[in-house]
Design a protein around this ligand. Structure first.
Ligand code: GTP
Ligand code: MG
Ligand code: ZN
Length: 300
């Protein structure tokens, strides 16, 4: 399933696409809304048409709060196994805290993240590349404009269903178009304040060289992260989670607790200061969201 628009779904099978109905009674019977990445059983009704009969169980779901109500979650994509976290080397400049947020979101969703620094024609990824490589993340640098680095990105995508995530304006849709010119994804402008303008509004699955699929998503906002549980935040920073085994308390938050191995290592410069800041900020937010949910449950 590549795209769902109301009653229609575009289904990709054996190199062909089928425009399928999932309307009415059928949709009710399926019990789920089909989303990009869903594996479906289709009965063809014509050379390019079909009817969705059933949706196979999902191996993963990528969720984010709906635009209208941050308390309600929406499934962005299904069966994704890898996340490509896209930032630009410049225009907009990469913010390490935002990079950490996207990596944590992917980790918490059980996806294997890797980083793509795009707009290599404007600037080099610099020390951020070394930082994330030292943490064990794979990093590729690309230019959707000149085509630089696209082969390495392709190699990374082969055999996977990968979701592209990142802020607005970093070039996610441009990369998709560079990888598959038939995709014709709409590409936006970067505003004067160096921010994207949320050009992409739907998630869509796009084949790449018959060897993999990518899901292009709308640029994320800070608001999209409130659903992480505090415990998920603790697990979402791999180098911190590894060191936590040495903390005196098994549920150590690495803030004030005595005998905290993470803070000791951070003081010795073994945990990057920017990572520690991101971890603490995300934990704070997750706890605040947790308290708010707890309060509203008690009042409601
Ligand atoms: N110089 C340069 N500009 C790029 C590159 N890739 C994309 N751009 C430009 O960056 C702007 C935003 O690109 P998009 O592909 O729309 O960005 P996006 O990440 O899909 O943004 P949203 O859909 O809003 O999340 C456009 O003006 C592109 O032309 C690149 O490699 N180099
Ligand atoms: Mg886009
Ligand atoms: Zn600790």
């Amino acid at each position: 399933m590549t795209r769902a628009a109301g009653a229609f779904a575009v289904v990709y099978a054996g190199g062909k696409t089928y425009r399928c109905t999932t309307r009415g009674r059928l949709r009710k019977a399926l019990g789920v809304r089909v989303v990009p990445g869903d594996r479906v059983v289709v009965v063809p009704t014509g050379p390019e048409e079909g009817v969705v009969q059933s949706v196979l169980p999902r191996t993963s779901e990528l969720v984010k709060p709906t635009a209208r109500d941050a308390g309600r979650l929406q499934v962005l994509a299904a069966n994704v196994d890898q996340a490509c976290v896209v930032f630009s080397t410049a225009s907009p400049d990469p913010d390490p805290m935002a990079v950490d947020r996207f990596l944590a979101l992917a980790e918490a969703a059980g996806l294997v993240p890797f980083l793509c620094f795009n707009k290599l024609d404007l600037a080099e990824p610099g020390p951020l590349r070394e930082l994330y490589e030292s943490l064990g993340y794979r990093v590729v640098a690309t230019s959707a404009r000149t085509g630089q680095g696209l082969d390495r990105l392709r190699a990374q995508l082969a055999g996977h269903l990968t979701v592209l995530v990142g802020p607005s304006g970093v070039g996610k849709s441009s990369l998709v178009n560079a990888l598959n010119p038939q995709a014709r994804r709409k590409v936006g402008e970067v505003g004067r304040r160096g921010r994207g303008r949320h050009t992409t509004t739907d998630a869509q699955l796009i084949p790449v060289d018959g060897q993999g699929f990518v899901v292009d998503t709308p640029g994320f906002q800070v608001l999209d992260f409130v659903h992480l549980e505090p415990d998920a935040v603790r697990q979402a920073f791999p180098e911190i989670a590894r060191l936590a085994a040495g903390c005196r308390f098994p549920d150590c938050s690495h803030r004030q607790e005595p005998g905290c191995a993470v803070r000791e290592e951070a003081a010795r410069g073994k945990v990057a200061a920017s990572r520690m800041r991101s971890y603490l900020a995300l934990l704070e937010e997750a706890e605040e969201a947790w308290r708010a949910r707890y309060r509203s449950r008690r009042e409601g």
